[in-house]
Design a protein around this ligand. Sequence first.
Ligand SMILES: [Zn+2]
Length: 125
Amino acid sequence: MHPYGAPSGAQRLVLAMDRDGPFCVWCSREFSDLVRPTREHVVPRVKGGPSIPENEVAACARCNRERGHASPVQWLDEVVARGRTPRPEVLEASLRRLADHIERHGGLRRIRGYLATELRKLDKR
Ligand SMILES: [Zn+2]
């Protein structure tokens, strides 16, 4: 898919939609001209979350913008409170892929604690 280097942001968005389906992770709306897909960093960039497929899912522009820097599980609960129907299984799969990635390749020390906390919060939901 990307013979000449790492996939671009646009390619990673397509990858996320191929993997998870064409629906927003936070509200389950299907993407269209009116519901524009964006790349959503599961661990936010400001918290050290990398721009790699393991840390990215597709979210609509509205949900992505409104989330700000909320943690993934905090925002999951918030969208439910707002009456939206999120896709927790997609979020959980992404967090586990990222944890596996770190397990296999090391690095990303800054987000390990954050990631472990989010996975614990998911288990308690
Ligand atoms: Zn949405």
